[in-house]
Design a protein around this ligand. Structure first.
Ligand code: NDP
Length: 249
């Protein structure tokens, strides 16, 4: 038994990368884990792979650009496990591009997933957490939410927004037992760059930050930081965590 037995975490973007690793961490600690993403075959396979762990893992197909689907996700978790202790707003996209290349569809997707998806998550879970006067909302921002990089104007804009929204939320609910954390990873070895369609941006990224020479973080490195953030005594509120590969400047 750990103190996570009977507690519930909902994870968006759980079908790969950081979300998948965080699901594995919390399942190994005995939590109820609700996996959410669009690719249900990935979620089902993850559920099967985690079935030997002490936690109870379930999944719900969710597109975070739909407010109704995010509301349904939180209600599903409450119906299943009676409460949501942690919401990890982690779903995100990073189709970096130069603005001159005018990838308007990709700008819109980033705003919809990286900002509106986070807002829908907060909106869906906050009344429930405030009513219980207990809970933790944690959102994946990025180093890109602290520093702007070329070809990252829109992505960085969304990650700055996510971080600032979390800061504003934290100030608004200070004094309650609902806590907030922004987690800002540096380069993590995941599928995130697969969404980049701008060849110029991809080339610049490799050269510009030495991606090809760097030992990146792994999803589990961020999962540990998430676990640390939500695993503190009630009087401790870890608002912001930055974790980067030590070769990343
Ligand atoms: P992945 O590409 O591996 O994971 C992205 C996740 O987001 C997938 O599970 C994907 O699931 C989900 N997702 C995308 N769009 C939607 C949607 N509309 N609705 C629901 N889920 C969606 O990358 P990471 O694990 O790296 O990314 C996780 C978070 O970490 C993102 O917010 C990213 O911006 C952030 N981050 C990543 C860094 C890195 O270097 N990897 C660095 C800093 C921050 P599906 O497609 O199945 O819906």
């Amino acid at each position: 038994m750990t103190e996570w037995n009977g507690k519930t975490i909902v994870i968006t973007g759980a079908s790969s990368g950081i979300g998948e690793a965080t699901a594995s961490k919390f399942a190994s600690e005995g939590a109820n884990v609700v996996l959410a993403a669009r690719r249900t075959e990935r979620l089902q396979s993850l559920q099967e792979r985690l079935s030997h762990l002490p936690g109870n893992v379930v999944y719900k197909e969710t597109d975070v650009t739909s407010q109704q689907q995010v509301e349904n996700l939180i209600q599903f978790a409450i119906d299943k496990f009676n409460a949501v202790d942690v919401l990890f707003n982690n779903a995100g996209l990073m189709p970096l591009s130069f603005m001159k290349n005018k990838k308007v569809d990709e700008w819109e997707k980033m705003v919809d997933v990286n900002i509106k998806g986070v807002l829908y998550g907060i909106g869906a879970v906050l009344p429930h957490m405030l009513e219980r006067n207990e809970g933790h909302i944690i959102t994946t921002s990025s180093i890109a939410g602290h520093e702007v990089m070329p070809a990252g104007a829109v992505y960085c804009g969304t990650k700055f927004a996510a971080r600032v929204i979390m800061e504003g939320l934290g100030k608004e609910i200070a004094g309650s037992n609902v806590r907030t954390t922004s987690i800002s990873p540096g380069v993590v070895d995941t599928e995130l760059t697969d969404t980049i369609t701008d060849e110029e941006a991809l080339e610049m990224l490799k050269k510009g930050i030495g991606l090809d020479k760097m030992t990146p973080l792994q999803g589990k490195d961020i999962a540990e930081a998430v676990y640390y953030s939500v695993n503190q005594p009630t009087h401790v509120d870890v608002n912001e965590v930055i974790v980067r590969p030590n070769q990343q400047g």
